[in-house]
Write a protein that binds this ligand. Sequence first.
Ligand SMILES: *[C@@H]1O[C@H](CO)[C@@H](O)[C@H](O)[C@H]1NC(C)=O
Ligand SMILES: *[C@@H]1O[C@H](CO)[C@@H](O)[C@H](O)[C@H]1NC(C)=O
Ligand SMILES: *[C@@H]1O[C@H](CO)[C@@H](O)[C@H](O)[C@H]1NC(C)=O
Ligand SMILES: *[C@@H]1O[C@H](CO)[C@@H](O)[C@H](O)[C@H]1NC(C)=O
Ligand SMILES: *[C@@H]1O[C@H](CO)[C@@H](O)[C@H](O)[C@H]1NC(C)=O
Ligand SMILES: *[C@@H]1O[C@H](CO)[C@@H](O)[C@H](O)[C@H]1NC(C)=O
Ligand SMILES: *[C@@H]1O[C@H](CO)[C@@H](O)[C@H](O)[C@H]1NC(C)=O
Ligand SMILES: *[C@@H]1O[C@H](CO)[C@@H](O)[C@H](O)[C@H]1NC(C)=O
Ligand SMILES: *[C@@H]1O[C@H](CO)[C@@H](O)[C@H](O)[C@H]1NC(C)=O
Length: 364
Amino acid sequence: MVLRLMKPLLSGSKGLFFFFFVVLFWCSQSIKAQDAATDPSEVRALNSIFQQWDTQAVESWNHSGEPCSGVALSQNDSVFEDPSNNPVIRCDCSFNSNTLCHITRLRVVDLNRRGEVQQELLNLPFLNYLKIDQNFFSGPLAIIGNMFRLEFLSIAFNDFSGPIPKQLGNLKELRMLSLGNNNFSGTLPPELGNLTKLEDLYINRCGLGGDIPSTFANLVQLQTVWASGNAFSGKIPDFVGNNWTKLIELRIQGNSFEGPIPSSFANLTSLNTLKLDRIYNGSSSLGFLRNLKNLHDLDLSFNNLTCTIPSDMFTRDSVKRSFLGNNSLTGAIPNQPSTLHTIDLSYNLLSGDLPSWEDRIPRL
Ligand SMILES: *[C@@H]1O[C@H](CO)[C@@H](O)[C@H](O)[C@H]1NC(C)=O
Ligand SMILES: *[C@@H]1O[C@H](CO)[C@@H](O)[C@H](O)[C@H]1NC(C)=O
Ligand SMILES: *[C@@H]1O[C@H](CO)[C@@H](O)[C@H](O)[C@H]1NC(C)=O
Ligand SMILES: *[C@@H]1O[C@H](CO)[C@@H](O)[C@H](O)[C@H]1NC(C)=O
Ligand SMILES: *[C@@H]1O[C@H](CO)[C@@H](O)[C@H](O)[C@H]1NC(C)=O
Ligand SMILES: *[C@@H]1O[C@H](CO)[C@@H](O)[C@H](O)[C@H]1NC(C)=O
Ligand SMILES: *[C@@H]1O[C@H](CO)[C@@H](O)[C@H](O)[C@H]1NC(C)=O
Ligand SMILES: *[C@@H]1O[C@H](CO)[C@@H](O)[C@H](O)[C@H]1NC(C)=O
Ligand SMILES: *[C@@H]1O[C@H](CO)[C@@H](O)[C@H](O)[C@H]1NC(C)=O
């Protein structure tokens, strides 16, 4: 059927005309795409940044000096994140009727690069995504506070040091901020409480201490908070339970927080991971656990908890791992079967026999 249709179509003059029309249209489309050129000041800025970081584009983009080419034009996140496209940029070429490209993303990850965050980054004013993890970058960061379009900023696993600049609080569009595994010092600037769109905050093992500022009560969109391995101190704020109600993961172990665990934690009904160990004066009620129906992973070890375990803790299907060792938990272990995979209740004051279901659970 198809062949019979194709033959007269291609042999007749009407068919040929149609064929040429299609080819012409296709050519004009691809010429149009090639016509779109990167903003020259952004080309200069990018080349200068890459020169100072002693890096250059991979073959899959920057064809003959035009950075917005090849994979840089793809809007597909798996292409952008593909390890073979590193370093990589992403461009948006829809400006001036599809003739002008602006650079919107920059990623330079795990390439052993050194250097500072360059002033030239401000000449990429459309950048909304900057990820330079796992290098040896260092030096002042305040400049980043002027990159107002940033929604995603990740500088984890580098050599940044000194205080976190308060200017980061200017980045009102930020949804993701990752500063972990650096060598900062001092406390969290209250200005970060202005980042009210923030959903994911990673500040684990980065040298910080002091209280969680009260302005963080405004961060009501938070879903992920990793803040373990610092020297944060003071009471765990009530607002964590009252205002961070979208939390899915809270990892704040290995700090110097003081108990009790606020009863407001009962509001964190979406929480699936709670890691909170080694708090001082930990004496807390674990009643809040009753509301956390989505909890998979719980670590409250080394907290001097002196209460009883809620009787339904180990009967829920959701809980997969539970570390409650080195507390002063009292009472009997509830004698009901459970799907719990890993449990550690060592060094407590629990009484009674281990329930019969205990042998069926692999111990860690
Ligand atoms: C892009 O290619 C041009 C010409 O080959 C080169 O001079 C420039 O440094 C490259 N830019 C980047 C960011 O690699
Ligand atoms: C994105 O790219 C990946 C890998 O190249 C591909 O499998 C996937 O289908 C693409 N997704 C879209 C929405 O184009
Ligand atoms: C971190 O910075 C402190 C000074 O603030 C310094 O003493 C320490 O050696 C640094 N640690 C690393 C791993 O660079
Ligand atoms: C940001 O937060 C600080 C301290 O919390 C506050 O003084 C300042 O007015 C805020 N800035 C803006 C622009 O909202
Ligand atoms: C907690 O969040 C609410 C908005 O949901 C806000 O009105 C309130 O001021 C916040 N609490 C504090 C202490 O800022
Ligand atoms: C959170 O929990 C506390 C204590 O359980 C309760 O008083 C408060 O009303 C709850 N707040 C919200 C926003 O649900
Ligand atoms: C735990 O409790 C014991 C006795 O109540 C006390 O001596 C010890 O200092 C407490 N430890 C912590 C880390 O709070
Ligand atoms: C912690 O507990 C100890 C001993 O019970 C007490 O002396 C100390 O005042 C408590 N600290 C706080 C901040 O409540
Ligand atoms: C756990 O608590 C027990 C009893 O208090 C203590 O002997 C042991 O050293 C603690 N384990 C650790 C790793 O601190």
